[in-house]
Design a protein. Structure first.
Lengths: 479, 376
């Protein structure tokens, strides 16, 4: 056998075997999530949150909302945080050295005054310029911190230093929370007796084209923009199938930075957010889990499958590119930092399943796909492609993708049913059909760019974000 | 594996069939997604229609005062009740649906009613024999139905089946036992707390919070049975009892509460300290100060929190000595007490000989001062 044929066979069969494993993994995730969804539906409505909504005996929570150049929306966004059903709340808005008039707008709107405040620096951060509190008793819960710019992770660390409550909720300031979101998020911390719950995450839903009134989603629509619509399908797949299954296995490695709740004591013990990565949300969860594993403490990371947080996804290719580039960089940096977990039996599910899954199917997948395309073109030019077989295989793979996405829509229809209009499901199914051709290739490109940037050690942070009204926002979610 | 087999054996026709089958499956899932969404929508509309019907019926009944009539009279007056009757022309499934919606509507309406309105609702529930339907659920083998049955019977104040509910207090299914505990409190108030003597599973923090919240809206009779509960082998029962003692100001239990300061569990220590906030005497402050040096940080913070409320000034010299504690959180806690007991300037004078902590203490005092000025 000549070396070209040997190489061809090795490569082609290698990719084939990889594809078969990844497809089987998706099937397992799909099946596993069905059981979890059935369980969820059975229990749906068991807890009457209205009983405790007005309770004063609920545990104390600090909300940390970092803000950078959010002048257009900051006042309204903070107002919407005040409308959340929860009694023992402290809202900490960290102005991360905004260049616009965000701080002044907050001062004017909430009658803030600079107060003497000793910040106990449990985590080292950029200097705090001042702490502001309201003179109006109605805004007693609000603390605004002004600091030197240091990035999102640094702003969150300042929030962790200042927070005085047992649990901290980290949110993107322009997300829209359901009114009982905090009650649902705090429940696992309080109802798990045999383990210490260290973090809970909620489902992030796409808010594009939805009707928003007074900081609340009043009507859910499928996004009009096709790019946002495809992302709706993608989020559905990730949150209703993927995370649901990983949560059941207690193998979740990420809690979305847009909305997550943490045990403050553990978050501080492990040193807070890592300011050197753009994937600070995933990195913190992994580090907290490692701490618990290393100290052999029984723990859990829980996931709430109800729609709790709504966010606007990028509706332009430029912002989407930047977002996916950043997500990939975050993933690579986190995986690299915690490589000791790789197939390490000491870490149980985490080391034997979660980490390898992320390594092979989140980090390697775009590289393998990209390499596959390169080789495909080379082989095509050399006339080594069996076109008949190629097209059959292509149809098979594309159909599998359709099947998985359509299945997630089916699950959504039977469980949460957020999209109720007659045309919503056909619209989403159309997006499913288009996804492999207009979306998938693009995000593979963005992921490759992200990986290259990490390899070339290019320094790049979050990048400048322009926000105007409830739009053009980004938050980290791994899909 | 199938794919590998196909490639190795050059089974291209089989591959075509396989791919076609796959495409058909995808199409089927697409159609199922679409049609199931239509079907679910239709069902939701149907349920909404019945719901509206039942709601307006309940409003008419409750506000027209007909709930004192006999069953037959009510059924004769309102055709809308017919679907609830046994042996009507509707199938069993449909009849169950009508009953469930009726019960759901009653529970929903109860939230917005009080006094005589609620009593009328209870009577109606009884007259329509809906309790039998709820009881059926309570005796079901499916835990989710049991939870529903328990909730309905307790919300509708139906005490006849309390034995069956009480038996669920130690049910292996967590949701069932949680609902049973809530139901017993709903039905019997403080007296229902006797379940604490038999409960073997841990009562979670969430469950404790729910029960305390329910109790806080009931009559203020003091619970009985603390002696039993304090001796429980279940730590969560002791913690909950301490919370009850705090809520009901059980001063007579002061000595017993203090005993938990020596308990090895930090959670119990902390809860007993919080309990002392409402149940203290002239010795409590000294007792806390005596134990302060030998406890860990979370317990110290709890002690400082309570001392802030109960300190009479006896602790001032002791607290000045503790100010040099390197833990800023603890220092802050101490300063809050001192600020309440002395003037800010007095504190600064007292730490004149501690230059390394002076600046931070001045800043902390300013912070406390501003907070007091703005919000108190």
């Amino acid at each position: 056998m000549c070396w070209e044929v040997w190489f061809f066979c090795f490569f082609a069969y290698g990719i084939l075997i990889y594809s078969i494993i990844i497809l089987n993994t998706y099937i397992l995730i799909g099946v596993y999530s069905v059981f979890e969804n059935i369980q969820h539906m059975r229990k749906h409505g068991f807890t009457d949150y209205s009983i405790v909504a007005s309770s004063t005996v609920v545990p104390d929570i600090s909300i940390l909302a970092p803000a950078y150049n959010e002048s257009a929306t900051i006042v309204e966004n903070v107002r919407s945080l005040f409308s959340i059903y929860y009694n023992n709340l402290e809202i900490i808005v960290v102005n991360d050295g905004s260049k616009d008039d965000s701080l002044q707008k907050l001062i004017d709107a909430y009658s803030l005054v600079k107060v003497p405040y000793l910040v106990i620096e449990k985590i080292a951060t950029e200097p705090v310029r001042g702490v502001y509190k309201s003179t109006n008793i109605a805004y007693k819960k609000l603390v605004v911190v002004d600091k030197v710019n240091g990035g999102k992770a640094d702003a969150l660390n300042v929030g962790l230093n200042i927070a005085s409550k047992k649990y901290v909720t980290c949110i993107d300031v322009d997300c829209i929370l359901e009114q009982d979101a905090l009650l649902r998020m705090v429940k696992p911390f309080m109802s798990t007796a045999d383990k210490r719950v260290i973090a809970t995450g909620g489902v992030i839903r796409v808010a594009n084209s939805c009707e928003v009134e007074g900081g609340k989603i009043t009507k859910v629509h499928v996004p009009k923009n096709m790019l946002a619509r495809i992302q709706t399908v993608e989020y559905n797949r990730a949150f209703l199938l993927g995370r649901m299954a990983w949560s059941k296995l207690n193998g979740l490695l990420i809690i979305s930075g847009a909305f997550g709740m943490f045990d403050r004591e553990i978050a501080l013990t492990v040193g807070g957010y890592d300011t050197k990565t753009v994937g600070e949300d995933m990195e913190l969860v992994v580090r907290m889990r490692l701490y618990m594993e290393d100290n052999k403490l029984p723990y859990a990371v829980r996931y709430i499958s109800d729609p709790l947080c709504w966010t606007e996804v990028p509706s332009s290719y430029r912002i989407l590119w930047r977002q996916r580039d950043r997500w990939t960089r975050g993933t690579v940096e986190t995986l690299r930092k915690h490589k000791k977990m790789f197939f390490n039996r000491k870490y149980g599910i985490l080391g034997l399943l979660s980490y390898p899954y992320w390594f092979f199917f989140e980090f390697l997948a775009p590289i393998i796909e990209f390499t596959g395309w390169v080789f495909f073109f080379v082989y095509a030019m050399m006339g080594m492609i069996d076109w008949y077989f190629f097209f059959l295989l292509l149809i098979f793979i594309v159909c599998f993708g359709y099947l998985f996405s359509a299945f997630s829509i089916l699950i959504e229809t039977f469980t949460f049913r957020q999209y109720k209009e007659k045309r919503d499901i056909p619209k989403l199914l159309t997006a499913v059909l288009l996804e492999p051709f207009i979306f998938h290739l693009y995000i593979v490109g963005a992921a490759i760019r992200g990986i290259l940037r990490v390899m070339l050690k290019e320094t790049a942070g979050w990048g400048e974000m322009t926000r105007g009204g409830f739009s053009k926002k980004e938050s980290r979610k791994c899909v | 594996m199938l794919l590998l087999f196909i490639i190795e054996n050059n089974l291209q026709t089989e591959l075509i069939i396989f791919t076609l089958l796959f495409i058909c499956t995808v199409c089927a899932i697409f159609f199922i997604s679409y049609f199931s969404s239509l079907l679910i929508q239709r069902r939701e509309n149907e349920i909404q229609k019945i719901r509206d019907e039942k709601e307006s019926l309940l409003v008419r009944l409750l506000f027209e005062g007909n709930s004192n009539e006999s069953n037959d009279e009510i059924l004769a007056d309102y055709d809308e009740f017919r679907p609830l009757e046994k042996g009507n022309r509707l199938g069993k499934k449909k009849r169950m649906l009508h009953r469930q919606i009726m019960v759901d509507e009653m529970l929903e309406m109860k939230k917005n009613l009080s006094g005589a309105g609620v009593e009328d609702l209870y009577k109606l529930y009884n007259k329509l024999s809906l309790h039998e339907y709820s009881y059926q659920k309570l005796t079901s083998k499916k835990y989710q139905l049991m939870v529903m049955g328990i909730r309905e019977l307790s919300e509708m104040n139906f005490k006849i089946y309390y034995r069956s509910i009480y038996r669920c207090i130690n049910h292996p299914q967590e949701d069932v036992r949680i609902e049973a505990q809530v139901a017993i409190i709903r039905l019997f108030g403080v007296k229902g707390l006797r379940f604490l003597s038999i409960v073997t599973y841990t009562i979670s923090e969430w469950q404790q919070m729910t029960l305390l919240h329910l109790l806080s809206h009931m009559k203020k009779d003091k619970p009985r049975g603390f002696e039993n509960w304090f001796n429980s082998k279940n730590d969560s029962v002791i913690i909950f009892s301490l919370r009850l003692a705090e809520m009901y100001n059980c001063f007579e239990l002061s000595d017993r509460i203090r005993y938990f300061l020596y308990h090895p569990s930090d959670a119990l220590k902390i809860q007993s300290i919080f309990c002392m906030r409402n149940n203290y005497d002239e010795n409590t402050e000294l007792l806390l100060l005596a134990y302060y040096p030998i406890v860990n940080k979370p317990v110290k913070l709890a002690m400082l929190d309570v001392l802030k409320s109960i300190s009479t000034g006896l602790s001032i010299p002791f607290l000045y000595k503790q100010l040099i504690d390197t833990e800023l959180e603890i220092r802050f806690g101490i300063l809050r007490i001192l600020y309440r007991l002395c003037e800010g300037t007095e504190i600064i004078d007292a730490i004149e000989n501690e230059p390394e902590i002076k600046d931070s203490i001045i800043l902390m005092i300013d912070q406390i001062k501003i907070e007091e000025q703005i919000y108190n």
